[in-house]
Design a protein. Sequence first.
Length: 277
Amino acid sequence: MQNFSLSRRSLFASAAVLAASTLAGCGGQAAHEHGTIKIGASPSPHAEILNDFVAPRLEEQGITLEVTEYTDYIKPNQDVTSGDLDANYFQHINYLNNYNAENGTDLVNAGKIHFEPMGVFAGRSTDLTAIADGATISIPNDPTNEGRALLLLQEQGVITLSDDAGLEATPNDIVDNPHNIQFSEQEAAMLPSTLADVDFAVINGNYAIDAGLSLADAVAQESADSAVIAEEYANVICTRPELEDDECIAALVQVLQTEDFKAYLEETFGDSVQAAF
């Protein structure tokens, strides 16, 4: 009887250790005690992807995905740093690097997922190749996306930037503007709503999708084959350094880097959202 009692206590202890190690295997952080990932995302396509494609597949692995939607580019990074979120999914590599440099943070890229080609959309005018003198083009006003927009316009022959302008070019870096184009620098999220007020607008893919704009309707777009796109503008899962090797985060990234996900993107978004792995 005494031996049985000791064995039973040992069994209970072993079970407790096993349970604790299982929970710790999915991060060991407070947010992961029950296999939950708290993630922030812009509404489309990121939150849509997480809710429709990722959540059911993680649930099969015993992981719950809690998605919080954001409409700005600052708060989701702040909330990952503070621990309110475990990760976010809204930004490209160049923006993340720029954010860390400007804010003294050390957020990390846990995996490249997709990219959204930036497009030039018609407002009051329709032919970019015959743009009128003095036309107005609206562009994002944040450093990384403004430079990206200007590089796209340079590729289309609208302007010429200085050789050293780089990825964070501004209108001040334009050395040749033969049509005297006027630039309206606006918050990226506002560009679709002001499209009718300008001749053209260079709009980020996610905000174009939110506004019901199709990349197929753009008068110009970034090349999907560009090395700069893959290396700088791929959208990533972002997290804190201590969660970079977390098993829940790894499972999230793994689900988003499959052939099934590529097929889902093509079926759901066409060319507007393309795999970056």
